[in-house]
Design a protein around this ligand. Sequence first.
Ligand code: SAM
Length: 278
Amino acid sequence: MLSYRHSFHAGNYADVLKHIVLVEILQHLAKKQKAFEYIDTHAGAGLYHLASVQAEKLREYRNGIGRLSVADWPELADYLSVIAAVNPDQGLTYYPGSPVIAQHFMRPQDRSWLYELHPQDAELLLQNMNKDRRVRVMHEDGLKGLLSLLPPVSRRGVVLVDPSYEIKSDYDAVVQTIVRAYAKFATGCYAIWYPVVERSRISRLETQFINSGIKNIQRFELGVTADSAQRGMTASGMIVINPPWQLMATMNSLLPKLVSTLSDDAAAYYKCDILVAE
Ligand SMILES: C[S@@+](CC[C@H](N)C(=O)[O-])C[C@H]1O[C@@H](n2cnc3c(N)ncnc32)[C@H](O)[C@@H]1O
């Protein structure tokens, strides 16, 4: 039973961090003429209406994308260009999900594989991909689907793993799947999102990655307040395997300014570190 709907959270501070990292990776892949593949194991609906009943209920986007202006953030021009592309009236009515962000940076030779298990979101995703012939939408389990796709035909690509972690076993399932995926496609880039709700779960996730035998792993985390057992999600992060060479420097320069823009709390913080060296 899937109860999570991303429409309640679209454009929040966690989406902002995740999508900035994703844009950096996609742009790096698009520098070479050779095709790349984008694989999204937990794709969501692709596009979110910020005035929908769901988005308006929590208004999380107001403390996320709602705080970033083009004028203040020239260094995020590429990410913000995707937001502008889905809001032709220049307002902030829609927020793009990861499949639409990837589609924005894909060239004719690139391909996208999108998995979404929720029946309504899978249907919305299909509509939002607008019969793009480069894109395949699959109403299937993304972690299982990923293993059947690898290695991708182009031998170049990025895998975004972005579960809602509704089921506690999702944390272990993510690590186990990535280890198997890496064995089939060791040169791929993998970007794994995680929420900090209970710090011990993330410490365990980190340790599992560090001990996995996988090389070249970086981590970027942004916390809007200190860890807390009571407050729900207080931070989120991205673990990136085989990151683009410039990603660490870019995130090191972006994260301090993102922290002060996205949080008013003195305990807000960021982490930018190497979990496993090359
Ligand atoms: C955090 S949302 C994805 C957001 C999206 N990646 C983005 O950045 O715009 C997680 C999605 O995964 C879906 N989901 C949950 N379990 C899944 C599974 N095993 N396989 C594929 N999708 C799943 C949920 O229905 C939900 O839409």
